[in-house]
Design a protein around this ligand. Structure first.
Ligand SMILES: Cc1cc2nc3c(=O)[nH]c(=O)nc-3n(C[C@H](O)[C@H](O)[C@H](O)COP(=O)(O)OP(=O)(O)OC[C@H]3O[C@@H](n4cnc5c(N)ncnc54)[C@H](O)[C@@H]3O)c2cc1C
Length: 408
């Protein structure tokens, strides 16, 4: 038998591409998944809730959330973006809700809802799914692809959708290379920073709603919430910085100096001077003068600047005040390594998008070969952007293959 489409990889992108192909009349469709479980990342995504997409209907604004792929995705998102994704899930029985920060989840708050929806849609469209089937080699002979599985079985198809996920796992990368593609080397994105600094000791769990961070000697900057962890710093602001700086920070072997402005929207000096005048008899460590800076962090900054436990505001010296202003607006931290973010991480790198026709997701090197999802050198920041890449690219690939079939 020659399949019309074999999709390699049973993740979000592979499923969406295969379902689209089959629903649009593309004919026989098979998904091959090397593990015993399909949609494994969907299951664990978004802390078990699956952040499906982001509430941003404007393609250009949406694509600004991709450190890799920003320009490449504008066109594809115009034709299939968040609006179409939301409508698709609605039409397949899944209502999504939007949280205050724009992230969209199933109303059930359960990623199983998305898994069930994709599996049901695949069943309804008669997509066949085979688990524990790893594709180890692929070649194209006279317009037909031949697939070799790890158990030696050989399959054949007219089209192939390569949706094997991030290329840190070499299996999919090798298949893409064997069909003539160059890969941008993979490095992790969306990680947290290890910061062995006494100012942060025992502060795990303390968070600041908005900080500005910048990495010295680079143009990397980001704003957002910061969370102190047991090993250093996390939170959306840090994750954003790690995503935009994924390659540059890898080149630095994750050893760099970071500057943090804990009060980007306030001038600390005027407030401190006012407190010195009006709170003269109060002790400095008892109460934070900034609602933005939690008391435990405030006390650590005071300790760093040599303010003693019982020191009064009236005793705050000019040098101490100056040092505090610096601590609040330009605190420097030595970052000494990274930790993978348990909520979400992706690969920066993959198949070079210049080798892909982004209208169709077809390879420019090998006709009949299509790409979708994280295997491409496209990755977003947290917030539902990585799944949207999977839905968008999967849709275009599936639709193109189906249209070609129906035109014959
Ligand atoms: C913990 C975590 C949480 C996340 N949460 C979110 C979130 O809430 N929102 C969001 O937008 N993004 C999230 N992401 C990112 C998102 O999950 C990925 O970007 C997305 O799953 C990529 O989909 P994909 O189909 O391209 O790849 P994958 O989901 O990685 O699927 C690829 C599949 O291909 C299979 N495969 C690989 N090689 C072969 C082979 N040779 N033969 C057969 N099968 C093969 C793999 O086993 C895998 O099942 C999260 C990531 C992680 C790690």
């Amino acid at each position: 038998m020659i399949w019309n489409l074999i999709t390699i990889g049973g993740g979000a992108a592979g499923f969406f591409g295969a379902i689209t192909h089959a629903e649009m009349g593309g004919g026989s469709t098979l998904i091959l998944e090397r593990t015993s479980q399909v949609l494994g990342k969907v299951k664990i995504s978004g802390g078990g809730r699956c952040n499906v997409t982001h509430d941003c209907q404007e393609p250009k604004a949406f694509s600004a959330h991709y450190p890799r792929g920003e320009k490449a995705l504008i066109g594809p998102l115009h034709r299939w973006g968040a609006t179409e994704t939301i409508a698709w899930f609605e039409a397949h029985g899944v209502a999504l809700k939007t949280e205050a920060d724009g992230r969209m989840f199933p109303v059930t708050n359960d990623s199983q809802t998305i898994m069930d929806c994709l599996q049901d849609a695949a069943d309804d469209a008669q997509v066949e799914v085979r688990r524990r089937c790893e594709v180890t080699a692929i070649r194209l002979d006279s317009g037909v692809f031949t697939f070799v599985l790890s158990d030696g079985e050989v399959l054949r198809a007219r089209n192939v959708l390569l949706a094997t996920g991030g290329t840190r796992a070499v299996s999919g990368a090798k298949l893409a290379e064997s069909l003539g593609h160059a890969l941008v080397p993979p490095v992790p994105s969306l990680f947290t920073f290890k910061v062995p600094d006494p100012r942060l000791k025992d502060l795990a769990g303390v968070s600041v709603d908005r900080v500005d961070c910048a990495i010295e000697g680079t143009r990397l900057k980001a704003s957002g919430p910061l969370l102190v962890t047991h090993w250093g710093m996390s939170g959306p602001g840090i994750l954003r910085l790690s995503a935009w700086g994924a390659r540059e920070l890898a080149e630095k072997d994750y050893q760099f100096t970071m500057q943090v402005d804990w009060l980007p929207e306030k001038g600390a000096e005027a407030v401190l001077r006012r407190c010195r005048e009006t709170w003269g008899k109060r002790q400095l460590p008892v109460r934070t003068p900034f609602t933005e800076v939690p008391i435990r962090l405030w006390v650590r900054l005071l300790e760093r600047d040599g303010v003693s436990e019982g020191q009064l505001w009236s005793q705050l010296t000019r040098d101490q005040l100056k040092a505090l202003v610096e601590q609040l607006h330009q605190a420097t931290f030595e970052v000494r390594g990274k930790s993978m973010n348990k909520d979400e991480f992706v690969t920066c790198g993959g198949v070079d998008v210049r080798e892909i026709d982004l209208k169709t997701m077809e390879s420019r090197r090998c006709p009949g070969l299509f790409f979708a999802g994280e295997i491409m050198n496209v990755d977003g920041i947290t917030g539902g952007f990585n799944f949207q890449n999977a839905w968008t690219s999967g849709y275009h690939a599936g639709m193109t293959m189906a249209h070609r079939k129906t035109q014959f």
